[in-house]
Design a protein around this ligand. Structure first.
Ligand code: GDP
Length: 434
């Protein structure tokens, strides 16, 4: 989706605008597993057009000595990630040297850029605001933090200028795999290692989401596309330490993929950032393979691998039917295995069970162990189908769906997994009235 970044010196009023845009919507991406804790990006909409807003100033440190560096980060972030950039200045302080520097950097990005003069609360400030023409802009927008006026005109233009070209996926129908994980876990090393062992790469295509690269592989009898969010191979060091930057990337590449290889650092274990990515993949119903990297650095005893696996499964909650592999991207140990596993998960996720087969297997299971009766009433499951959705969803028709509680739904899911094999694939089950 389109991303609007708000850039400017500290205290010009970026967060006021940011909050106003977000008021219109509930906060942030979603509540899954802490992805939301960052209060500096969120979803908004104007005139029926959805977009994401980043308040790049969320990372203002505020002290003079890091000031310059922080602003550079902000600018870089906007330039890399945004569709459109709102550059905010403030009529109270007037045009400053820093404003001028930021503007110069932003201008070079060649993205729609909107100069917004904040704190123009009355007609008294209209005249002083004209000094911002010195930046060489044709037009600026005035905002009043006090009354909120001006936002509409600005957003009309921002939304109007969004690129309209519908993107045509050059790899439609091919498996899309992304390697996701926290910074420094080894994603680039793995990507490079795969490029290295893989001699049959057909093509690299830049596009889809602004700065991702897709590489088409055809090996192991499979064709697949590795979605490489920008900078994995040519990474911009500047922003790699910002968690939200990596979260933004994860969100985009996960949304575009079928299977997520979630890379975990063996030397650090399963951490909250891993859980965030796991939650994102699960919520988007993507296939998941967990790959524990840097296994070469771990001192192994008899049960090290088993214990590590158990610790992860303990932490990820209900959905534990997931392959976990131990690799070293550095020594290339088992990295092809990881890709093969991702392909297996892809196959499982695309699988459609024939209705006749499904009923033949599942109905006896339900008959042998029906949902517990409530107030003397018995639930009878009569029929099941798999929906024609990209990821597996099943509907069980019965007389009293409201009597089927969570534990039984989980039982049904586990039976589907047991009989049909959906390792690494989130599945949904619904009980409906016939
Ligand atoms: P990214 O931020 O996830 O792309 O991580 P990088 O691929 O840049 O890796 C971060 C650091 O970890 C680099 O210094 C790599 O050399 C190192 N690294 C990556 N994979 C492994 C591994 O399997 N074993 C060891 N020992 N180091 C690794």
């Amino acid at each position: 989706s389109n991303i609007v970044a708000i850039v400017g010196r500290p205290n010009v009023g970026k967060s006021t605008l940011f909050n106003r845009l977000l008021e219109r919507r509930e906060a942030i991406v979603d509540s899954t597993a802490g992805v939301t804790r960052d209060r500096h990006y969120g979803k908004s909409d104007w005139a029926g057009v959805d977009f994401t807003v980043i308040d790049t100033g969320g990372y203002d440190v505020g002290t003079e000595d890091v000031f310059e560096q922080e602003i550079r980060k902000q600018v870089q972030l906007a330039v890399d990630e945004a569709t459109s950039i709102i550059f905010m200045v403030n009529v109270e302080e007037g045009l400053t040297d820093t404003d001028q520097e930021i503007y110069e950097l932003l201008r070079k990005a060649n993205k729609p850029l909107y100069l917004v003069v904040n704190k123009v609360d009355s007609s008294k400030e209209e005249l002083p605001a004209t000094e911002f023409y010195q930046l060489g802009v044709e037009k600026y927008y005035t905002l009043s933090s006090a009354t909120g006026s001006g936002t509409g005109e600005l957003l009309d233009d921002v939304v109007n200028d969004f690129p309209t070209t519908e993107y045509k996926d050059p790899f439609e129908g091919l498996p899309k795999i992304t390697i996701a994980g926290r910074p420094n876990v080894g994603k680039s090393t793995m990507t490079n290692a795969l490029l290295d062992v893989e001699r049959n790469i057909v093509t690299d295509i830049a596009g889809t989401t602004r700065d991702s690269i897709q590489t088409l592989y055809n090996k192991f009898g499979h064709e697949f596309v590795l979605v490489d969010t920008a900078g994995m191979r040519r990474k911009s060091k500047v922003n790699e330490d910002l968690e939200f930057y990596s979260v933004m990337r994860s969100i985009r590449s996960i949304e575009y993929s079928d299977v997520v290889i979630l890379m975990v650092d063996a030397t650090l274990g399963w951490e909250s950032q891993d859980m965030n990515i796991f939650g994102l993949a699960q919520k988007n119903r993507k296939g998941i393979v967990i790959v524990v990297n840097k296994w070469d650095l771990v001192e192994k005893e008899t049960n090290t691998m088993r214990d590590f696996e158990a610790a992860i499964k303990h932490k990820i909650g209900q959905f534990t039917d997931i392959p976990i592999l131990f690799v070293s991207a550095l020594t290339k140990q088992r990295i092809l295995k990881a890709v093969e596993m991702a392909m297996e998960v892809y196959e499982a996720r695309s699988k459609k069970i024939k209705t006749s087969k499904l009923n033949e297997v599942m109905l006896p299971v339900f008959e042998a162990l029906p949902p517990p009766a409530i107030k003397g009433k018995f639930v009878k499951i009569k029929y099941c189908v798999q929906l024609p959705t990209p990821s597996p969803q099943f509907v069980f028709f019965c007389n009293l769906p409201q009597y089927v509680k969570e534990p039984y739904k989980r039982f049904a899911e586990n039976q589907l997994r047991k009989h049909f094999g959906f390792t690494g694939v989130p599945i949904e089950v619904y009980f409906r009235q016939k």
